[in-house]
Design a protein around this ligand. Structure first.
Ligand code: HPA
Length: 279
């Protein structure tokens, strides 16, 4: 894809023909978490296929719709389904939706994903706030010519940009405090991203634990890098859908990943609907 900015502008212009709503918060729903989109009030739903240049997800559990509306009075843009580098998409395509959200007015981004649990303190179904990431995908969202016009905040849009508070400590604290109010503990953890689509080997997971990873997954980091390039603040939440390879003596399958998403839906929805007006 060339001239991502022109294409993202065309996509944002198309979306604005459907609704005058200017979203303040973007939400990207990961595998098995798509049902949260039903929380959007006065929803305007646009299939990705209808949005110019928008990449299509090819994965089961990623339905491919953008939903604009409000949650607890907050104007939101919810991506039900995302695209991943392992599907064969370029970095420009993987980051395209995040770029469009920025052009639509989003200043805060809530990214969610399904992840394997490396930290043995997490159980299956745990919700974890991402404190930082390790990008081992071998590529970077900001690869290619720099595009300063994507900046939404003063000082953003630079060729080289800071990632030292990529996951906003302030937003994370709000999530941890809200979970505590709801009677449970939201753990924090480091998310390590691999390219996929194969799950990891037990030896890789042992290596990742040594590197300081608590969670492993195949998404999120590129969207977060693009968001930080633009100057958008990020809150990341992982759902531990399975323990990572070799942690338990059992194989990993995608159906299980989807099933756990459904199982924690109530808790996830309760946390997010209370949290969103605070972000
Ligand atoms: N590894 C990588 N990605 C994942 C996993 C995993 O174990 N579970 C859900 N997404």
């Amino acid at each position: 894809m060339t001239d991502q900015y022109a294409k993202a502008t065309a996509a944002a212009d198309h979306i604005r023909t459907h609704t005058p709503l200017q979203p303040a918060l973007g939400i990207i729903l990961g595998s098995g978490l798509g049902n949260f989109a039903s929380q959007v009030e006065q929803a305007v739903t646009i299939p990705y296929a209808e949005i110019p240049h928008f990449p299509q997800s090819t994965v089961a559990g990623h339905s491919g719709k953008l939903i604009l509306g409000t949650i607890a009075g907050v104007p939101v843009a919810v991506m039900q389904g995302r695209v991943h580098a392992y599907e064969g998409y370029s970095m420009e395509q993987v980051t395209f939706p995040a770029r469009v959200l920025g052009l639509l007015g989003v200043r805060k981004l809530l990214v969610t994903n399904a992840a394997g649990g490396i930290n043995p303190r997490y159980g299956q179904g745990a919700i974890v706030a991402i404190s930082d990431h390790i990008n081992l995908t071998g590529t970077n969202a900001a690869l290619g010519p720099n595009e300063p016009r994507f900046a939404v905040a003063p000082g953003a849009g630079q060729r080289f940009f800071d990632m030292s508070a990529a996951y906003s400590p302030a937003l994370r604290k709000l999530a941890i405090d809200e979970a505590a109010r709801q009677g449970w503990m939201l753990n924090e953890g480091v998310y390590l991203a691999v390219l996929g689509p194969s799950y990891e080997t037990p030896a890789e997971i042992r290596a990742f634990r040594t590197l300081g990873a608590d969670l492993v997954g195949m998404s999120t980091v590129h969207e977060v890098i693009a968001a930080r390039h633009m100057g958008i603040e990020v809150l990341g939440l992982s759902v531990v859908t399975n323990m990572a390879a070799g942690v338990l003596d059992q194989p990993i399958n995608h159906e299980e990943v989807m099933e756990i998403g459904r199982r924690i839906e109530g808790q996830f929805t309760h946390l997010l609907t209370a949290l969103i007006p605070q972000l």
